[in-house]
Ligand binder design. Sequence first.
Ligand code: PMP
Length: 371
Amino acid sequence: MNFGIDDLPVRDELRGKSPYGAPQLDVPVRLNTNENPYPLPDELVERITERVRAAARDLNRYPDRDAVELRTALARYLTDSGGHRVGVENVWAANGSNEVIQQLLQAFGGPGRTAIGFEPSYSMHALIARSTGTGWISGPRGTDFTIDPAAAARAITEHRPDVVFITSPNNPTGTAVAPETVLALYEAAQAVKPTMVVLDEAYVEFSHGASLLPLLAGRPCLVVSRTMSKAFGAAGLRLGYLAAHPAVVDALQLVRLPYHLSAVTQATALAALEHTGTLLKYVEQLKDERDRLVRELRATGYDVTESDANFIQFGRFADAHDAWRRILDRGVLVRDNGVPGWLRVTAGTPAENDAFLDAVRDLKKEWEHSG
Ligand code: PMP
């Protein structure tokens, strides 16, 4: 009895598709999902325990549906770090920025509507578009992986999408997007009808430049999305958030499930936000390690794309998947994002990065001997 998905009445657009899945393999060095490599400090673990213990008593009740205390704390963090005043009415939060993106597409995409992204980029934008019935348009990116504003604006003018995704720094390439490019695409998108522009800043804390949060001023269709999964080192928490015009927050309330953020999630995130300084202290070290990886990879003879994130795209390989496998054979898990010729490595601890560098130097030697 081989009963499978295709024997079920699943939606046509899901047939034959694979789920999103970075391999979760048990290997010594895991540098494949852009996490922060450092466990949470003891003082924060204590504070989370206290907050969650207090919340546990009230688990007989539903949590605060509007997560007001948490959104207020997130607004304070954005205001303090982003160079732009953000209030609770501008902020929305959900279970990871993936859920934020899903809610955006539920509200502004959907059947009969389309979204565009400039690829290669974060693959979940397209996958969430598909699962919300939103048509997907693959927009252009240059051979150096930057967005050419004129070419991208032409694609927007041609396709008239309902949602435009811009990822800065971009995943998997690491490239940051200039504010002028975001402005040009915003203008192109608004030319005929109000169109949502989602600036995905999941990795912005690692950037050489500043957040583009100040661009929100006077642009009600711009959304800046963020996450606690990367710089905050809290991927397991599942907390993503956005800043936008209050009307955007009102629109998202129409599609969010009631009580979508559990009391435990809200308590944990609040504890983490009390410790922003402690959590973000690793950011500078990770940026230094990223820059060291770039230098060492180049010195070893690899090509590297400029990175503003906590990961690096490196290559070029005649067969990237074969190279991925050979690096894995040396105990180091990196990411094959399906970009022909390139792989991606996350900056880990200095020891993890050393193990990665040993593996790729070794690979280079192996090829030199065989070639
Ligand atoms: N945006 C980008 C660009 C990402 O790379 C990721 C995670 N890989 C996310 C959003 C989603 O992160 P999370 O759901 O953990 O907040």
